[in-house]
Design a protein around this ligand. Structure first.
Ligand SMILES: Cc1cc2nc3c(=O)[nH]c(=O)nc-3n(C[C@H](O)[C@H](O)[C@H](O)COP(=O)(O)OP(=O)(O)OC[C@H]3O[C@@H](n4cnc5c(N)ncnc54)[C@H](O)[C@@H]3O)c2cc1C
Ligand SMILES: NC(=O)c1ccc[n+]([C@@H]2O[C@H](COP(=O)([O-])OP(=O)(O)OC[C@H]3O[C@@H](n4cnc5c(N)ncnc54)[C@H](O)[C@@H]3O)[C@@H](O)[C@H]2O)c1
Length: 455
């Protein structure tokens, strides 16, 4: 039997933080799909690539830049170009570069579906492989409702299909208004598709600030998306080659394609957890302690979408680094206070830490300050004035509890706030940071200078 010091089950985002970081130890990565997981091939990279092409193409619609464009590219042609660019960037879903990077570190790639056979042993296609430490990194799969009559008769899309097909739906119904639903609605509407977005909750991206949900709805509606809130799909019918989606209101929508963006489920079934006595929580996440060690075990770790608490690639990277440190004998603990959240529509959305509501739920009446993208000179220069920043501070400690921002490349400079939050930097000190002129990051000064006199 081949045996390794560390076996990583699933070669997704966090695995690469570990596979080259076990000094003097042998590592095997078991992967049933593509090395790198969903992010580089079916999720983050292809979606951001298409959103970038959409944003570039839409510049032509902006009065200040229209004359710079030679014109003549239809929405459909722009979509086709976006697909070609996307497929180039994701290497046509070929993972040989990732596999080569893995091999260069001296780690061993085992292709196939892995399953824990008993403590210390996993099996892959009948072969037993021994481990000292096991890292569960099996990711997640799209959640599709199984209680909608008629669904079995149509080929509904998930984001994975949308991000790997060249098909162009003239009309699209998207069910689910979280980050995936909003990004998909933005990009297909930007390329001229008729999009209806059906969201069960009373607002889009419902865990975020209500102002952000409203801005998201305004952005999408501005592109022509029909946003149906507090609504769900109750039945699906096929009519003359089209799909008719009956809603639980009195309405129905006909479209070429139906796309589900109704969340993701941790891939924690069918991996033999029972042999270790490990039981996922009610949402399917693996229970872990603050070192990412699976609760009740000494030598089993869990990272990424399978572990929670927030399914982002940067969460998986972070947890991979935490596990690598622990495997190297440094007992590093996770701290999720400053975990950023993003949605890459235009304007983009970025947040970190508490919202106003969650701070109150946690028992703090927060101090709040806001600023607008349009306050910066960079906004005038770039001709983009949409967006704002909202800061939430702790009245007792004078430190940041959270921030939400839209527009103005907030996804880049939000990390400055993450640092302040994570390191509990007094707000009175943050006002001493000098931002380069003219940048969007100067918006931070506006809000922080409003907060500082309160402490
Ligand atoms: C459309 C979309 C856009 C997104 N955009 C962003 C973004 O912009 N930024 C961001 O931070 N996050 C984004 N995300 C979330 C991000 O994709 C995930 O959080 C990330 O991919 C999780 O990585 P992971 O390694 O945990 O899981 P995965 O990427 O799912 O990787 C798990 C791997 O394990 C393998 N595997 C599973 N079970 C087994 C088994 N038993 N044996 C062998 N192999 C197995 C799978 O084949 C897979 O390759 C997006 C998600 C979607 C759906
Ligand atoms: N930019 C990014 O970083 C990025 C982009 C996309 C996704 N992601 C990650 O992927 C994860 C999954 O995203 P998601 O948007 O699929 O999931 P989600 O759970 O965040 O949102 C799903 C939404 O669908 C709605 N919904 C669920 N069932 C429904 C139904 N039957 N009818 C109507 N609406 C329904 C819910 O109200 C919810 O708001 C996110 O949590 C996020 O972390 C990140």
């Amino acid at each position: 039997m081949r045996s390794f010091d560390v076996v990583i089950l699933g070669g997704g985002a966090g695995a690469k933080m570990i596979w080259g970081s076990v000094p003097g130890g042998s590592v095997a990565v078991i992967e049933s799909g593509l090395v790198g997981g969903h992010c580089p091939f079916f999720a983050c990279v292809p979606s951001k690539a298409m959103l970038q092409t959409a944003a570039t193409w839409r510049l032509a619609a902006h009065g200040q830049f229209t004359d710079l464009f030679t014109g003549g590219v239809s929405a459909r042609q722009a979509y086709d170009q976006a697909v070609r660019r996307r497929d180039r960037l994701v290497h046509d879903r070929d993972d040989s570069a990732g596999a080569a990077a893995l091999a260069e570190t001296g780690a061993t790639l085992v292709r196939g579906h892995g399953r824990i056979a008993r403590p210390g042993v996993v099996t892959v296609d009948g072969e037993e492989i021994g481990y000292r430490d096991l890292v569960l990194n099996t990711g997640s799969t799209p959640t599709v409702p199984d209680d909608i009559p008629g669904l079995d008769d149509i080929a509904a899309w998930t984001s994975e299909h949308a991000m790997s097909t060249a098909e162009y739906p003239d009309s699209l119904v998207i069910v689910g208004g979280g980050p995936v639903g909003c990004e998909m609605a933005y990009l297909f509407a930007a390329f001229g598709c008729t999009v209806t977005l059906v969201q069960r909750a009373s607002r889009l991206i419902p865990r975020e600030e209500p102002e952000a949900s409203q801005q998201m709805a305004d952005t999408l509606e501005g592109l022509g998306v029909q946003v149906a809130l507090s609504t769900t799909a109750s039945e699906v019918q096929t009519q003359e080659g089209r799909t008719r989606v009956l809603l639980d209101t009195e309405y129905s929508v006909a479209a070429d394609t139906l796309l589900f963006a109704t969340g993701r489920t941790p891939a924690t079934t069918d991996i033999g957890l029972d042999t270790l006595g490990v039981v996922p929580d009610e949402r399917g996440f693996l229970p872990t302690d603050e070192h990412c060690r699976v609760t009740g075990t000494d030598n089993v770790w869990a990272i990424g979408d399978a572990a929670g608490p927030a399914p982002f690639t940067h969460t998986a990277h972070y947890q991979g680094r935490v596990v690598a440190a622990n495997l190297a004998g440094r007992p590093v603990r996770t701290d999720y206070r400053a975990l950023p959240r993003t949605v890459y529509t235009d304007p983009t959305f970025a947040s970190v830490g508490h919202t106003e509501a969650s701070a109150r739920q946690a028992g703090t009446e927060p101090v709040i300050a806001t600023a607008a993208v349009s306050d910066t000179v960079r906004a005038t220069i770039d001709g983009t004035t949409q967006g704002w920043l909202k800061l939430i501070a702790d009245p007792h400690t004078g430190t940041l509890l959270g921030a939400t921002a839209t527009g103005g490349r907030a996804e880049e400079w939000i990390s400055e706030l993450s640092q302040a939050l994570r390191s509990e930097i007094p707000i009175t000190d943050t006002t001493d940071v000098i931002h380069p002129f003219p940048t969007f990051s100067e918006e931070l000064e506006g809000a922080l200078w409003k907060l500082a006199p309160r402490f």
